[in-house]
Design a protein around this ligand. Sequence first.
Ligand SMILES: NC(=O)c1ccc[n+]([C@@H]2O[C@H](COP(=O)([O-])OP(=O)(O)OC[C@H]3O[C@@H](n4cnc5c(N)ncnc54)[C@H](OP(=O)(O)O)[C@@H]3O)[C@@H](O)[C@H]2O)c1
Length: 337
Amino acid sequence: MKVKVGINGYGTIGKRVAWAVNRQEDLEIVGVTKTRPSYEASSALREGLQLYAAHQEDAENFQNAGITTNGTLDDLLGRVDLMVDCTPGGVGERYKPLYDKAGVKSIFQGGEGHELTGISFNALANYHEAWGAPSVRVVSCNTTGLVRTLFPLQQSFGIQKVFASLVRRGADPADKKGAALNALEPSLKLPTHHGPDVRTVMQGLDIQTMAVMAPTTLMHLHCVVVELKEKVSEKEVLEAWSSAPRVRIVSGKEGIKNTGQVMELAKDLGRPRGDLMDIAVWKEGVRVVDSTLYYYQAIHQESDVVPENVDCIRSMMKLEKDNLASIERTDLAIGLR
Ligand SMILES: NC(=O)c1ccc[n+]([C@@H]2O[C@H](COP(=O)([O-])OP(=O)(O)OC[C@H]3O[C@@H](n4cnc5c(N)ncnc54)[C@H](OP(=O)(O)O)[C@@H]3O)[C@@H](O)[C@H]2O)c1
């Protein structure tokens, strides 16, 4: 029998997680919630998903718009084993008591704090920590990106210290609010929260971060400096990433020199929605001087956390003991390998 999953908040992350979950042979989406009968409500129906009103008071709006719902979030909670909360940052915590009361397991996203669940998740780094847990948070897109490349380095060579500068996209492509249209905005609270967030899954890692918000919507770009515990060659570093899941080496020599071209590659690969769920690392941007490694990576913020949500469900529902086996199952089902 498939594990029954609901999505609360069918936006940027929610619609992608719903799509990925429905492609797994051991999981199924029972329903998704919307607060408004917007185009995304119609998209959900077109995808064959069952729609639920987030609140009782929203139900009438759907009725007036001629959109059929199957009930409210309360009804959905009675029909699922696990809810993936994809509501905007800070909103998810308000729903946790509802999920708990219904006896339904819950996953939250990076917009919520670590303390909400006490367990933050990355499939490669700490899959086992979510094993059977009632409630887990999948870390943010930036943290997921940092962990995807740092964890293999730690495993292969050991890490002394990390410093990363994050150039953050100002808004998602469909957003109308976000960064200034023609300005760079540094985060003035230093070091930024990204380092401590990485430590919620890679405990004890010495990492400091700074961040600048940029007027772009496509991707985040990270400039990373890692003090490794041993001297290595660039070739060894690239080999460590080549065998790591969800990391994709791209090449400037082959014409991929910027984030626009990385996203074009995702479209050429036929990835759904043009998403790049793997982390793109520039081959020629990898440089080692003694034991100091320098590299650049690009993060598709709208999609890199999507497969992590699937693996998180498997761990919480005790469906697959081995994290690499879960990652492989997830990635095969959604065309990542
Ligand atoms: N986008 C990213 O770059 C990104 C990356 C990684 C993680 N995250 C995290 O993922 C979470 C979701 O972010 P997102 O970018 O997907 O946000 P989003 O695009 O704004 O989607 C959130 C959806 O939740 C719905 N919603 C709003 N208020 C709600 C409520 N009270 N109850 C139920 N549904 C409600 C909205 O849809 P309707 O009101 O139309 O129903 C909206 O489409 C956040 O924690 C965020 O920090 C985001």
